[in-house]
Design a protein around this ligand. Sequence first.
Ligand SMILES: [Zn+2]
Length: 262
Amino acid sequence: MEWITQNGIMVGTFPPLKAIAPELEVFITTRDGGVSEAPFASLNLGGALGDSAGNIRTNRRLVLEALGISPRRLARTGQIHGSEIAIVTRGGHYPGFDGFVTARGGLTLAISTADCYSVVIFSPPERSLAALHVGRRGAERGIIDRAVGTMCTEHRIDPAYAVAIVGPGVCAACYTVSREDALRFPKEVRRFEHRAWHLDLEAFIMRELLRAGIKRRNVFSSRLCTACNPTLFFSHRRDRCVTGRHWTLATVRAPRGTRRTM
Ligand SMILES: [Zn+2]
């Protein structure tokens, strides 16, 4: 992942996409560049967490303006740690869903996180795009497999041609879980260390992407831990549940020289 500053807002981008999927734009925001005060300082984009509605509105406007994204073309999930996928063609708020699939150019899919991972999957031939909120429970419920399955049935993609982007999230060293929760996962992604069970959610996500048919060479991960990087990221665990949220924003832009489809 590479950091760029666009109109005053610093965002993470994935340079290899320019060559293999130039029409796909993925941006990851940080906690820097907004107006909220501690513990939401400063670019909190999540609602219903205790931050003022005015600050959240301002922060969202700053991000969308800086990145050239229309608020009317922004689709946001409700995120309930489930595995339900909404097939969307227009902007709005979709409660009850943790993932989106679309083939609509110009529609931006937003995933809000602070330790959970965001996963973006894109198949260039069909311009099929998915964006997912992947925490422990969603991962365990198979949200990645469901998303790829939806892309296959709705848009007839071949996962061998798809690319996947994995955003920042909590690393295995920072992520302790109960023994019961750890044992729900395969042994390659869990370990008992310093008298606690640790889960490597990123490794599990990688495993799920490969199992769904995506090639390892087409998966790009930020490799950044939200809990290990307090100046860059909010962390639900590190900040003891009182903290903000970042957005991962994914858009398929219309090819140059063609009319926008929305
Ligand atoms: Zn960490």
